[in-house]
Design a binder for this molecule. Structure first.
Ligand code: C2E
Ligand code: CA
Ligand code: CA
Length: 457
């Protein structure tokens, strides 16, 4: 099979430079410093191995490795120093791969490994093993050098040009480098522009598409999780967004970060405000008057349009504002801009409750609490999971509870799963509990049944 040489690529340019310097070499096709195949041979070898992989149907992987910061070593220790590092790194590559790969030096501080019969999982494992080996400190005279590398991994695709295959590994390596180095990136995982032109990894791109589809075709739903007071009252239900059909739901832990990155979170947030407010009205109509707590993201709250969106939701749902509570993560309160303050004030003026979510995980100072017009404090699950054994955590929970209480807030603990945690939180003075111990988040209908069964017992 004949593969055309790529035009204008990093590979073709280097083939020429390799040819020019070949007369300096000890053995043709071998890099004298490392004993690895040189760039020209690497290209020939890749072509042979790719043809073989196509024939046998066995997967072929390439690893493109570029040492981070070698330029600094050269500048500090001169080229001889740099060469010593290269020799030792080459030794580590050879040792660590234990015959799993053929190694080539592409010049400077770049290496390529080719591994036959190596699927994606094995290739990534090999890349991580090699990275770990490279990152072991090197003694260099009196100094210890901490090498690191960026590694790109590609798997040969059916009928793929071997040059294109190598270039994909090279591009993935560049992405690893751009992300700060010291990491492995698989080809295909590099960020590509999404529908809104924002760079996303392939998985994120898929999620962005599904979010657009969900927004257009009604694939969003809210599940509700009850928050129950120690006095047995239902304090509120929290609205938690779900995306997709019930058999292939994407969890919010995955889609919210993508929505935040792309700005879609504003549209999602407006949707959940309206849907949550409507449900509060439905509950009231069904004789189950309960507050609905709706999560609001930072992007929504920093926008001057937020107050308008909130009023629109209250109006459309025709709901009493006191039945709505907004959950805002603690990190929002680190810097409160004029816009955020006026949005918060407008919400309070309208009668909407404000809860500080995930409290204790951000960096906001307890003293900041006095400036926030919040009505509820939700202690993060991280404090709850270590109870009752962690007495220091217990002391912190108790102190936060007291302070919150003195500021007139209701204190809720999140993520309560065990009876011992519940007892400990009662002792600390917490008002209400949210967690699997009482109920998991559930669709509207299931929540209605849950109410019904609860009343019956
Ligand atoms: P969050 O606001 O802190 O919501 C509580 C999360 O804890 C929920 O996860 C809930 O299912 C989970 N949880 C409740 N009880 C327990 C428990 O006992 N054990 C454990 N392990 N987990 C428990 P979920 O539904 O996956 O939501 C995750 C996060 O996604 C939320 O955390 C919130 O930050 C975000 N989110 C969800 N819906 C929305 C939304 O409509 N808008 C925005 N902006 N963010 C949302
Ligand atoms: Ca929340
Ligand atoms: Ca929370």
């Amino acid at each position: 099979m004949h593969y055309p040489s790529p035009v204008n690529s990093k590979l073709s340019i280097s083939v020429h430079s390799q040819r020019k310097s070949s007369k300096d070499m000890h053995a043709k096709g071998i890099d004298p410093t490392t004993g690895f195949l040189d760039r020209g041979e690497c290209l020939a070898l890749t072509t042979r191995m790719a043809a073989q992989a196509t024939q046998t149907g066995r997967p072929l992987a390439s690893l493109w490795i570029d040492l981070d910061r070698l330029k600094q070593v050269n500048e500090s220790f001169g080229h001889l120093g740099g060469d010593t590092v290269i020799v030792q790194i080459a030794e580590r590559l050879r040792e660590k791969s234990g015959g799993r790969a053929e190694w080539c030096r592409m010049g400077g501080d770049e290496f390529v490994g080719l591994a036959t019969d190596c699927d994606a999982a094995h290739a990534l494992q090999l890349a991580h093993d090699v990275l770990q080996a490279i990152e072991t400190p090197l003694r260099f005279g009196e100094f210890a050098l901490h090498p690191s590398a960026s590694i790109g991994v590609a798997l040969l695709e059916p009928n793929e040009d071997p040059f294109a295959f190598l270039e994909r590994a090279d591009r993935a390596m560049s992405t690893a480098k751009r992300q700060g180095g010291g990491r492995v990136v698989a080809s295909g995982d590099e960020p590509v522009p999404g529908r809104l032109g924002i760079l996303l990894a392939r998985e994120e791109l898929e999620i962005e598409n599904r979010l657009h589809l969900a927004l257009e075709n009604g694939g969003l739903t809210l599940h509700y999780q009850p928050i129950i007071g120690f006095d047995g009252r239902i304090e509120a239900v929290e609205a938690l967004m779900r995306c997709g059909a019930s058999n292939e739901l994407i969890p919010p832990g995955k889609f919210i970060p993508v929505a935040e990155k792309t700005g879609l979170v504003i549209r999602l947030g407006e949707w959940s405000l309206l849907a949550g407010a409507r449900f509060a009205r439905d509950l009231e109509d069904a004789g189950r008057r309960t507050k609905v707590a709706i999560n609001v993201s930072r992007a929504q709250l920093v926008s001057p349009k937020f107050t308008q969106a909130l009023h629109a939701a209250l109006l459309c749902a025709n709901v009493n504002a006191e039945l709505i509570e907004l959950e805002l993560t603690e990190s929002l309160f680190m810097d409160i801009s004029e816009t955020v303050q006026s949005n918060l004030r407008a919400a309070r003026d309208a009668g909407v409750g404000l809860a500080i979510d995930d409290f204790g995980t951000g960096y906001s100072c307890l003293a900041n609490l006095k400036d926030i017009p919040a009505t509820k404090l939700k202690l993060d699950r991280a404090f709850v999971t270590v109870l009752p054994h962690d007495r220091r955590a217990f002391a912190v929970v108790k102190a936060m509870t007291q302070l919150g209480r003195e500021l007139g807030m209701t204190i809720v603990a999140e993520g309560v799963e065990k009876i011992e945690q519940l007892d400990s939180l009662r002792e600390a003075g917490v008002d209400a509990i949210q967690g699997y111990i009482h109920a998991r988040p559930m669709p509207e209908e299931a929540l209605m049944n849950w109410f019904h069964e609860r009343k019956a017992t």
